[in-house]
Design a protein around this ligand. Structure first.
Ligand SMILES: [Zn+2]
Ligand SMILES: [Zn+2]
Length: 421
């Protein structure tokens, strides 16, 4: 009994000491890391680059990681701007991955900030520079603290979130499974949410996306004589206005929310104002949490219903509609167990953090590609304070308040030290 008690006490001491090693509170390190993140943010914000062309961004990230003494930098075949850094503490333990994107978008920044984009027509309007900057500062902090930590830390600087082939190429390369990654976590700037708040929810949080192109063809004619042709532009305009309204009257609004947006229309040309052309093309995106190919008794699939509508309506007007589809990311699904661990740890280490659940949205995100393979958690980081951090993502007025970076780095450090299986 005495011996058992002694062993039990020693065991208890070891057990209570281990989580302290595995999950340190990062409050003191976060202030310094926040200052570092702001420096990285300004540097990256000035040099926005499109997906798969993030060469200057990748060079900066590599240089900073090496300066922090992080030597194990991996590459991904076919994705030359990806940077995957590994910090191995040399002690056994789980491998947690943190992911940040690197790519910018087309747009003309209107912030007027001293560190505004220096590349005309290009800007970071989705906050990926902030994500990469916070991850860099988190990597520096982890590298400095590595002696007191266990396991491995995998920092994924991912190209091409906005375009295609960023997350899915990294997953397909198998690098995360080769590194034994047991969980992957990421933050995204959430405009309008105050600095000091984070949105975190279990289960499906972001929709899956699909892209479509519709080509409408028919007989052309002189603009003065629409009766001699099929008036393709007017038929197309009718198709578009009915298509975007179709979900409200066709799909279960509660169980099967669907959003369809047409984002590009082309027909005719600027020199032919007196010609009704033979062809019009429109493109757009469909957002839903559902499998668009799944039919139920009495209800065609979402994809089937849309195709039936477009081809049938076009035919009734004497034209023909051809539809092609390109899949985007599937829905993003947060792992419930990882969510529980994260919230428990955050409440313990950081009582002042405002944790909300947000609400599922029809935005899509290529972080979704990681979620079927490894427990994943994607969180919204509050970036609004004063006049900054209010404009929506993908607008020219998009900004991130610098104070959000300190909160974000600390969150990433807490995520990195989660006690995952
Ligand atoms: Zn975006
Ligand atoms: Zn984004």
């Amino acid at each position: 009994m005495g011996r058992w008690f002694q062993t039990a006490v020693v065991g208890w001491l070891v057990l209570t000491a281990l989580p302290a090693l595995a999950a340190p509170a990062w409050d003191e390190a976060a202030a310094t890391a926040g200052t570092r993140a702001f420096a990285h943010y300004q540097a990256l914000h000035r040099i926005p680059e499109l997906g798969k062309q993030e060469f200057k961004t990748a060079a900066y990230i590599r240089q900073q990681l090496q300066a922090a003494g992080i030597r194990d930098l991996r590459t991904v075949a076919g994705l030359p701007t990806a940077v995957i850094a590994v910090i191995d503490t040399g002690k056994p333990g789980r491998a947690v991955a943190l992911r940040a994107e690197m790519d910018a978008r087309k747009g003309s920044e209107t912030s007027g900030l001293p560190y505004a984009s220096q590349i005309p027509g290009m800007m970071h309007s989705c906050g990926h520079d902030a994500h990469a900057a916070m991850l860099l500062a988190a990597a520096e902090t982890i590298a400095k603290a590595a002696k007191g930590l266990t396991g491995r830390y995998v920092l994924v600087f991912q190209p091409a979130e906005e375009t295609a082939g960023g997350a899915d190429d990294i997953v397909a390369s198998g690098i995360l499974s080769r590194l034994g990654v047991s969980a992957i976590l990421a933050l995204h700037a959430a405009p309008g949410l105050p600095v000091g708040a984070v949105d975190l929810a279990p289960g499906p949080i972001l929709a899956g996306s699909h892209y479509f192109t519709v080509t409408v063809t028919g007989r052309g004619s002189h603009a003065a004589a629409p009766q001699d042709g099929d008036d393709v532009p007017t038929v197309t305009a009718d198709l578009i206005s009915d298509l975007v309204r179709l979900p409200a009257r066709t799909f279960d609004a509660v169980a099967k929310p669907v959003v369809i947006s047409v984002t590009s229309i082309t027909a005719g040309d600027e020199h032919s104002a007196n010609v009704l052309p033979t062809q019009a093309v429109f493109r757009g995106t469909l957002r839903t949490f559902q499998d668009i190919t799944a039919a139920t008794p009495g209800h065609p699939s979402i994809k089937g219903r849309i195709e039936q509508f477009l081809t049938g309506r076009a035919r009734a007007a004497g034209t023909e509609a051809r539809i092609t589809w390109r899949p985007g990311p599937p829905p993003t699904v947060n792992d419930a167990g990882l969510y529980d661990r994260a919230v428990t740890q955050l409440r313990r280490h950081w009582p002042a953090l405002q944790i909300g659940t947000g609400k599922p949205s029809m935005y899509a995100e290529d972080f979704a590609y990681y979620t079927p393979h490894v427990p994943a958690l994607y969180a919204g980081l509050g970036t609004a304070k004063g006049k900054l951090g209010l404009a929506p993502v993908h607008t020219d007025g998009f900004t991130v308040h610098p104070d959000a970076l300190t909160v974000g780095v600390r969150l990433l450090l807490e995520f990195a030290s989660l006690d995952t299986p």
